[in-house]
Design a binder for this molecule. Structure first.
Ligand code: ASP
Length: 421
């Protein structure tokens, strides 16, 4: 029996009618047995849904924003489906459900759970549209609700996957379906033991593809992007970048951890565990080679630069003439954990602890108010974190030129600094 191949298509690959037609051609040219398609929300839909939540939390009206998202989806469908297609009532239905969900009260306390219920509509819409379109164009395929196969805990927005349960569900729900037809499912979403929708974190559809590939012991995963593979820096920010033909799992995982947006950080581990290769390819030139992420016997250790925007540098200073001890670090980490904040950089000096974290709604205020009795707290926001892996002196000097580093850190293989861009 042949193994499953997993294709993941991101938001940019379904951002308009032309992109969806292009996606159809990519699939049509690669049709084979046991193909699983994981799809993200269309274009910038997830950002739009997040904006609805922000408005609602502020007590503002959300109806015109949700109408805009609906029109965006209907507009695309009008271009690619005949007027009598079922898809129009499917979309109406999903928006009716979403509006009903949005009638419920939203507070800071229920924000995470509420977020998962609303933001998941992006993938529910895109996957329905894609499945209908593929069928309409003659690729008969099955729609699979990801919430039936991806089981998570209830730590909304920051869930952990229940791997054993997910594996059993994948075998139960996907095993025989994949034998017969390609299956289309949603990236990014899952369900907790109560059946409530959960999400895997922004850009989490890559992770979905990896979870499913692991559970099905797939042959390969291909992530289709608007870039031609993984490069040693973002070509939109830096000239003369180098594309990797092959990249070791470990190097790829580190780059993703530091913020290389080309792959979600959690994607690599499940694939590396089963030696499943991950291909990163361009949907704009599907025949081009792209990058293969796999076990590389002698990784090249090429210098790589990763830039992360929207960072906050927070410093906690002891106020009582003592020095920083383990108990202080423990206290800060305890609160960070409670607030579900990930530290991108940490530095400890005699009298202060400095951390760099992503900008998260409410989190900064809560962090400061919780710790202001223990420390004197200062912060700088809207910063940029630059990480260089496999650094060399020339590159570091060039990156620092004209910038004032607010915090700097060097290890044997990595150089990092934050600055105000
Ligand atoms: N739609 C989600 C996001 O924009 C997940 C994904 O695209 O991977 O973050």
């Amino acid at each position: 029996m042949s193994k499953t191949i997993v294709f993941k298509f991101g938001g940019a690959s379904v951002k308009d009618a032309k992109s969806i037609e292009n996606l159809f051609n990519i699939l049509f040219n690669r049709l084979r047995n046991r193909t699983l398609i994981v799809i993200s929300a269309m274009g910038k839909t997830t950002n739009g849904l997040e904006e609805i939540l922000r408005l609602k939390l502020n007590g503002d009206l959300t109806s015109s924003n949700s109408a805009k998202i609906k029109d965006f989806h209907l507009g695309i469908c009008r271009e690619i489906f005949p007027p009598e297609s079922m898809i129009f009532s499917i979309i109406e239905n999903l928006f009716m459900q979403m509006d009903r969900d949005l009638d419920k009260p939203l507070t800071q306390e229920n924000y995470d759970a509420y977020y998962d219920q609303i933001v998941s509509y992006g993938e529910l819409l895109s996957s329905r549209i894609l499945q209908e379109y593929l069928c309409f164009k003659g690729i008969f395929c099955i729609w699979q609700d990801a919430r039936e196969i991806i089981s998570t805990n209830s730590n909304y927005r920051f869930v952990e996957v229940d791997w054993d349960k997910t594996k059993n569900l994948c075998l139960k729900h996907l095993g025989s379906k994949l034998e017969q037809y390609p299956v289309v499912t949603q990236g990014f979403i899952g369900a907790d033991p109560k059946g409530k929708t959960t999400t895997l974190g922004r850009e989490g559809s890559d992770f979905t593809a990896a979870i499913l590939a692991f559970c099905l012991n797939a042959q390969s995963v291909t992530i289709w992007k608007d870039v031609d593979g993984v490069r040693n820096a973002d070509p939109k920010r830096f000239p003369d970048t180098v594309k990797f033909e092959e990249l070791d799992y470990r190097e790829a995982a580190e780059l993703a951890f530091y913020g290389a947006s080309v792959i979600h950080p959690k994607t690599i581990k499940p694939l590396a565990n089963l030696s499943i290769p991950l291909y990163v390819k361009s949907f704009l030139s599907p025949e081009a080679v792209g990058t293969k992420i796999c076990q590389v016997s002698e990784p090249m250790h090429i210098p790589c630069t990763v830039v992360k925007d929207n960072q906050i540098l927070v410093s906690f200073r002891v106020t009582d003439f003592t020095f920083i001890a383990e108990s202080h670090i423990h206290r800060v980490y305890e609160v960070l954990k409670k607030l579900k904040l990930k530290v991108n950089m940490l530095q400890v000096s005699a009298i202060s602890i400095s951390i760099v974290i992503d900008m998260e709604m409410f989190a900064l205020d809560q962090l400061i108010s919780t710790l202001q009795n223990d420390f004197s707290v200062k912060y700088n926001d809207a910063l940029q974190l630059i990480t260089v892996k496999n650094q060399n002196a020339d590159l570091v000097e060039a990156l620092l030129k004209g910038k004032e580093a607010l915090l700097e850190q060097v290890t044997r293989s990595t150089f990092q600094f934050v600055h105000k861009p």
